[in-house]
Write a protein that binds this ligand. Structure first.
Ligand SMILES: Cc1cc2nc3c(=O)[nH]c(=O)nc-3n(C[C@H](O)[C@H](O)[C@H](O)COP(=O)(O)OP(=O)(O)OC[C@H]3O[C@@H](n4cnc5c(N)ncnc54)[C@H](O)[C@@H]3O)c2cc1C
Length: 414
């Protein structure tokens, strides 16, 4: 482990410092804390309560929860279980995936605000004395000794905190500062779209099962958050200024045309301040590790919202990392060769998933938001007609490529 100097209010010595309390960081923190590794997770915000997070917990993540003995409690957290994903092309409804056909413990997507998911992991992790989750702690500088990363400096409410770590893991998302400071090489794959993110109230008793709506050059996904719809309206890359220039009234009209159920509460979008621009990108690092340092989740491979799979891929990365590294924290921590095994294991699923996202973005979404006469392409119509194929798409979305299972152990003394 790092030098034996005692912890103080301005310094901390850990075996693993995880930067970022998103799905990747919180799951990895939980698993390493469970395995008895002295771990700190740094989250720059005061809580997890931010509304621009993906809300989908897929069967693969639910299976991980079961393997950890957490599933029963997890399913008590309020959520909606959705098995059939339907898209509305104009007035034609097409079933794109049917998760009830999956042979798995939870054959559905649990729609749950992501802050509930992260709070759950935070709460359950409190029993591991080796794990500390520090909120209001923003990593601002990566510490290096020659080629080796040796920890971070974090900005906290009590002033700067120096964290010396055998291993630092960047889980700080798509705009990762840590990967930038580590000089990691990024391959930009690109995305032709951005997303406008806003909420409209849900009429009482509304129980609409349509997930995606596509019509007259527009596309929107609506996530049911019990009392309101969280809307993700897809626009062309860098197109927000053009949308704004047309005015808020036209924006309201377009949304209502696309989703008549939004009519009653569209006035909730009072100004452009109520509409957040989420910039979509797809990229990945050519190498995920250097000595003392590893990137996982969006920090290693930014995912597009297509398929709503990024959260689950981040969780899978965390499970694989813990499986491969939990017993490698001898003196000095995991070697670079150990760290490279994470990329060896996860690169194929990431590449395959990103390739599908690029295909859907370019062949479907890009056309859907530019072509006023957009009809569902033949492959989509064929999927809509054949339940067996809806099971295959469900597998791609819900389980993904090379699902991970928990092999890291629970240390005896917790
Ligand atoms: C518009 C949009 C919609 C999406 N919708 C979905 C969806 O519905 N379902 C789905 O599965 N995926 C969705 N995704 C993809 C998904 O959001 C990501 O793939 C996923 O969140 C990645 O998880 P992560 O833990 O790697 O990173 P993040 O979720 O980005 O978490 C990173 C965390 O690090 C913290 N952080 C950042 N910098 C620092 C720092 N310096 N110090 C300390 N903390 C720091 C952040 O506050 C954050 O909590 C969507 C993506 C976009 C762009």
């Amino acid at each position: 482990m790092v030098d034996a100097a005692p912890d103080s209010s301005s310094s901390l010595n850990v075996q693993c410092c995880i930067v970022g309390g998103g799905p990747a960081g919180m799951m990895l923190g939980y698993l390493l804390g469970r395995a008895g590794i002295k771990t700190v997770v740094l989250e720059k915000h005061a809580d997890f309560f931010r509304d621009f997070r993906g809300d989908t917990v897929h069967p693969s993540t639910l299976k991980v929860m079961q393997e950890l003995g957490l599933l029963e409690d997890f399913l008590k957290v309020p959520h909606d279980e959705v098995a059939k994903l339907n898209a509305l092309f104009g007035t034609t409804s097409i079933r794109l995936a049917d998760l009830s056909r999956l042979d798995t413990v939870c054959p559905f997507i649990a729609f749950m605000p992501q802050w509930d998911f992260l709070n759950f992991l935070d709460d359950k992790g409190k029993r591991f004395y080796n794990l500390s989750v520090r909120k209001n702690a923003e990593a601002v500088e990566l510490l290096k000794n020659g080629d080796r990363v040796t920890g971070v400096i974090a900005k906290t409410q009590n002033g700067p905190l120096r964290i010396n770590a055998d291993l630092t893991v960047a889980c700080d998302g798509r705009h990762s500062l840590m990967r930038e400071q580590a000089g990691m090489n990024v391959e930009d794959i690109g995305a032709p779209m951005d997303v406008l993110w806003f909420r409209v109230g849900k009429p009482q008793g509304s129980n609409d099962s349509v997930f995606a709506r596509i019509q007259s050059g527009q596309m929107m996904v609506m996530l049911d958050r019990t009392t309101y719809w969280q809307c993700a309206y897809v626009i062309a890359k860098n197109g927000f200024e053009t949308v704004k220039a047309k005015g808020l009234d036209e924006f309201h009209d377009n949304i209502v045309k696309l989703a008549p159920i939004a009519r009653e509460h569209i006035g909730d979008v009072k100004s452009w301040d109520d509409v957040k621009l989420l910039s979509v990108k797809i990229d990945r690092l050519t190498r995920w590790a250097r000595q003392g340092f590893l990137c996982i989740g969006d920090a290693a491979h930014a995912m597009s919202p297509v398929g709503g799979v990024g959260v689950n891929l981040a969780v899978q990365d965390a499970v694989a990392s813990a499986n491969l590294l939990f017993d490698k924290f001898g003196p000095g921590g995991p070697s670079l060769a150990n760290l490279d095994t994470v990329q060896d294991r996860r690169l194929f699923p990431v590449r395959a998933t990103q390739a599908i996202q690029v295909f859907v973005q370019n062949k479907l979404i890009n056309r859907a938001i530019s072509d006023k006469q957009f009809d569902p392409p033949l492959p989509v119509r064929i999927i809509g007609m054949i339940p067996f194929l809806q099971g295959l798409t469900a597998r791609a979305i819900g389980i993904g490529v090379r699902p991970e299972h928990v092999h890291s152990i629970e240390a005896k003394r917790v």
